[in-house]
Structure formats: structure tokens, C-alpha cells
Write a new protein. Structure first.
Length: 276
């Protein structure tokens, strides 16, 4: 299956047989609708069961092997991130997609990139979403693309909630540093400021922060700042220079560069796309 910018999504249900290793240049959202099978993802083996759902990242190699005598069915939603939002046109990983969306939702930044999560549909709500996605795609009545887009976003947000809930730092010093950043990110702060308030070594805190979160303290602060900027661009008509200052950036050129590197587009383009 090949997706293009002209055909950025394809949804279908299939009785899956054994499949050899393969990869894609798009994202593959999978819901196990019946049975179970062995699943290999980038060399890691696990059993996937009815009610499990997960995503296969860009370039990840995976394969299935059925259990003897058991039916195994799945619903596949293959999509390019640009189907959800033009802002995501250059997005090339699930982690990047969720990072961008979490920033735009104004939530706290999650830590480790979510590339190895399998979720279980405890209440059947996700199965219903997948079935509605498939029905809308197959019937293609007026407005089907908007309905599919909304339900796909809803599914991703459910994933996002599960990832955020499971990603709180275990180290109390790291948790303190994150809270310190969230309370002071509009100021000129560094890891040494958090360490001084906590009464510990900045070198120790820096190492523990990177180990737990997968990013540096400075990167975490920048994500909080850009998240605030995205929210202000979407929800207010404030000037971009004012938004830069409210987000903790005194230098508009530096703000523009960091914003484009993080969100994929310049602040003005981000606002235009959001209002389109």
C-alpha cells in the first residue's frame, strides 16, 4: 500500500495471516478486532490480543505470526500526519506527531518518545471509534473526511492521555525540577536555579533529569514556552512580538527560529493554518 499527499489515508479490516518483516513511509494505527497473534516490532516480540491497539512508526519493521487454528483480524488505519493537519506535513514519527499535538493542546510535555506503547481498550470505546472510522471511509458520504479526521484525532488524544498518565517521573528531584520549570519558564532559568532551590548538585540533577525525561532541562523549558506560544497564537489575536515575550523569549528572531524548529512552521503560518 502506498499513500501520497493526494491520498493520505486508507482504512480497512482484514483477516491477517502470517506476514514477513516490512516497513512503511507512513503511520499505521492498528486495532486487534478478533483473536491473537505474535507480533514482532523492530526485533521485539510480544503477543497482541483482541482489544489491543497500537501504532507502527515510520520506518519500523514489523511482522505477525498466527497461533495455529486461531482467527486473527485487525482494523488498519494507514495515514500521513498531513491528513490531520497541514502543520504536520513534515512530521516523520509518532513521537513528533504527539509532541506537536500535546503542545497545541496546552498540556504538560510528556517525557520519553512514545514508540513502544500497546494500549488495551478496557471499555470498548476505541473499538467503536475504529468501526466508525472504517464505515465513514468505506461509505464516503458528504463530509466523510472531516468526520474521519475528528475521530482519528480523538483516538490519538486517548493514546496521549494514556502516555502522559504513565510518564510521570519517579525521581522526586526530577519531578521538582519539572514543576519548577512549569512555574518559572517565562523567566531566565537553568538547571542550576532548580538545583539551588532543591539544595542538590546541578550536575546530579541535570544527569537525572536527562535520564528520566529523555531531554535536557533547557529542552523541557523550551517545549513549555513553545506550548504557551501555540496556545496564544490559536486563542488570541495578540501580536507575535507580544506572544514571544509572554512565552519567555526576549529576542523575536530567536523565538521565530525555535518555534519553527519545534512546530514545523513559522508562528505566523501556524496562526494562519489554525484559522483556515
Amino acid at each position: 500500500m502506498r499513500l501520497t499527499e493526494e491520498r493520505p489515508i486508507y482504512i480497512f479490516e482484514t483477516q491477517q495471516g502470517d506476514m514477513e518483516y516490512h516497513s512503511h513511509d507512513f503511520l499505521e494505527l492498528v486495532y486487534i478486532s478478533e483473536g491473537r497473534a505474535m507480533h514482532w516490532l523492530d526485533g521485539e516480540k510480544s503477543t497482541v490480543n483482541e482489544g489491543d491497539y497500537f501504532i507502527i512508526d515510520y520506518g519500523s519493521e514489523h511482522k505477525y505470526k498466527n497461533f495455529d487454528g486461531e482467527h486473527f483480524k485487525l482494523i488498519n488505519c494507514l495515514f500521513r500526519p498531513s491528513f490531520i493537519d497541514p502543520v504536520l506535513k513534515n512530521c516523520r514519527s509518532f513521537g513528533e506527531l504527539l509532541s506537536t499535538y500535546q503542545i497545541r493542546l496546552g498540556g504538560s510535555v510528556f517525557t520519553h518518545p512514545p514508540t513502544r506503547h500497546t494500549f488495551f481498550d478496557s471499555y470498548g470505546e476505541v473499538r467503536l471509534l475504529f468501526e466508525k472510522l472504517k464505515a465513514e471511509f468505506e461509505n464516503r458520504k458528504t463530509g466523510w473526511e472531516e468526520i474521519v479526521r475528528c475521530r482519528l484525532i480523538e483516538t490519538l488524544i486517548l493514546m496521549l492521555r494514556g502516555i502522559v498518565a504513565g510518564s510521570s517521573p519517579k525521581d522526586k528531584n526530577v519531578a521538582f525540577a519539572m514543576k519548577f520549570a512549569e512555574e518559572h519558564f517565562t523567566e531566565k532559568i537553568g538547571i542550576s536555579d532548580a538545583a539551588a532551590v532543591r539544595g542538590i548538585s546541578p550536575q546530579y540533577l541535570s544527569a537525572r533529569f536527562k535520564e528520566e525525561s529523555g531531554m535536557t532541562f533547557t529542552e523541557y523549558v523550551q517545549r513549555l514556552r513553545i506550548g504557551t506560544a501555540c496556545r496564544l497564537l490559536s486563542e488570541t489575536d495578540k501580536k507575535i512580538t507580544e506572544i514571544a515575550e509572554l512565552s519567555g523569549y526576549g529576542d523575536i528572531k530567536f523565538f521565530n527560529a525555535v518555534f519553527k524548529r519545534t512546530a514545523g512552521v513559522a508562528p505566523g503560518e501556524f496562526r494562519r493554518l489554525g484559522n483556515a
